[in-house]
Ligand binder design. Structure first.
Ligand SMILES: C[S@@+](CC[C@H](N)C(=O)[O-])C[C@H]1O[C@@H](n2cnc3c(N)ncnc32)[C@H](O)[C@@H]1O
Length: 227
């Protein structure tokens, strides 16, 4: 099965797990790939949209995945009606950062590990995670078809993060990739384009962000020179 670079990066972060939940599964490709790679034994496959999750079900049926190995659920976030326990990992990918925060803050199921892939507002999500006892294990940017996606793996726990980590992730500084450098370039160009359209009184935030990008570029350069 052919997967996008973003979905492959998400699947690569999954080590062998007994039970996972894929929230907002939609097409179901992540769960399908994890079954095909024998990385999981059981999956809760859920989506707020019955139409979306039907796509996942159709895909799993077409791949002859044993029906006892997954449960299709229509629900908002992790508000599963059944008494569910024993989930080792939750994946929430392809929705906005605020939606992911909402799902996490309303969650009542005890889960240790999460893979989160917000489409936007990753800064807000990192702030939420840091404040609410989620420790970032890895957090990197992937360039897929000229769009940038942040992928964040967390477990329960505390950690100290720098300002740059909140803005630009953690692993991006440990393993500097071309995708990350392209992302910084993209953010710089985007911010400069916004500045020229704004009245002078409203450019402060953008200027501060540009300074941060400059600082990050210097840090990247230093790390690369030290290698
Ligand atoms: C763009 S798709 C992402 C599909 C897949 N996870 C991926 O990363 O490619 C987003 C899916 O999230 C679902 N969704 C949005 N908010 C949700 C929520 N609160 N609970 C469950 N599913 C949600 C949508 O119905 C949609 O099917």
């Amino acid at each position: 099965m052919k997967l996008s670079k973003r979905l492959n990066a998400i699947c690569n972060l999954v080590n062998n797990q007994n039970v996972i939940a894929d929230v907002g599964s939609d097409h179901g490709k992540v769960v399908a790939k994890l079954f095909l790679d024998n990385k999981i034994n059981f999956a809760y496959v859920s989506d707020i949209s019955a139409l979306s999750v039907k796509k996942a079900e159709d895909l799993l049926v077409s791949l002859n995945i044993d029906k006892d190995r997954y449960k299709i659920i229509v629900c908002d976030g992790l508000k599963y009606n059944d008494d569910i326990s024993g989930i080792d990992l939750v994946i929430i990918a392809g929705m906005g950062g605020y939606e992911i925060i909402k799902i996490l803050s309303e969650n009542k199921i005890i889960v240790k590990n999460f893979i989160l892939a917000p489409n936007n507002n990753e800064f807000k999500l990192r702030k939420y995670l840091n404040k609410n006892n989620y420790k970032i294990l890895c957090d990197f940017v992937v360039k897929d078809e000229n769009k940038f996606y942040n992928i964040i793996k967390v477990e329960n726990g505390k950690q100290k993060l720098s300002k740059l980590n909140f803005y630009f992730g953690k692993t991006n500084f440990e393993n500097i990739t071309q995708d990350f450098k392209d992302f910084l370039q993209y953010e710089e160009t985007k911010t400069k384009n916004i500045i020229v359209k704004l009245p002078k009184s409203k450019i402060h935030k953008c200027k501060r962000y540009l300074k941060l990008i400059k600082k990050t570029n210097k840090k990247v350069e230093r790390i690369e020179n030290d290698r």
